[in-house]
Write a protein that binds this ligand. Structure first.
Ligand code: AMP
Length: 129
């Protein structure tokens, strides 16, 4: 179910539990600012999630409240993960869903890195969209 990204941070969300090691995940990258792990239900041959270590609901929350160091560390981590996975030359897509219209499901900011095949246009076209 899509979440309301304007709600306060809920430390019982699944990615908070992953950060605390209460739910298993396979580390792809880990540093002071960010943790990356494979999406459990991949939409592309490569589908990695990168999450900040701090308690931020969404991109809106993060961009408004995070420190410059957290923002720099997180953005650099996303770039590093994609580079380390060999995705720069073939290309990749970043998605950060925020709020109901985006279909955000987990209320802890995450950036999806999608790659491994030609991904086509950005969105499926709908009549009237
Ligand atoms: P979003 O719709 O942007 O909130 O994306 C949430 C993503 O989290 C989905 O792509 C899920 O497949 C993924 N996900 C949910 N639970 C887990 C988990 N335990 N480990 C890895 N990915 C997960």
């Amino acid at each position: 179910m899509a979440v309301d990204a304007t709600q306060p941070y809920d430390d019982q969300n699944i990615f908070a539990k992953i950060l605390r090691g209460e739910i298993p995940s396979t580390p792809v990258y880990d540093d002071e600012w960010a943790y990356a792990f494979p999406d459990i239900s991949p939409w592309a041959p490569t589908h990695i999630l990168v999450i900040p270590k701090g308690p931020y609901v969404s991109w809106d929350d993060f961009s408004a409240r995070a420190s410059d160091a957290e923002i720099a560390g997180f953005v650099r981590a996303v770039g590093h993960v994609a580079r380390a996975a060999g995705l720069v030359e073939p290309g990749y897509r970043l998605i950060a869903n925020a709020g109901p219209h985006s279909h955000q499901e987990v209320p802890h900011l995450h950036v999806h890195i999608l790659a491994g095949r030609a991904l086509g246009p950005m969105l499926v076209q709908h009549d009237g969209a």
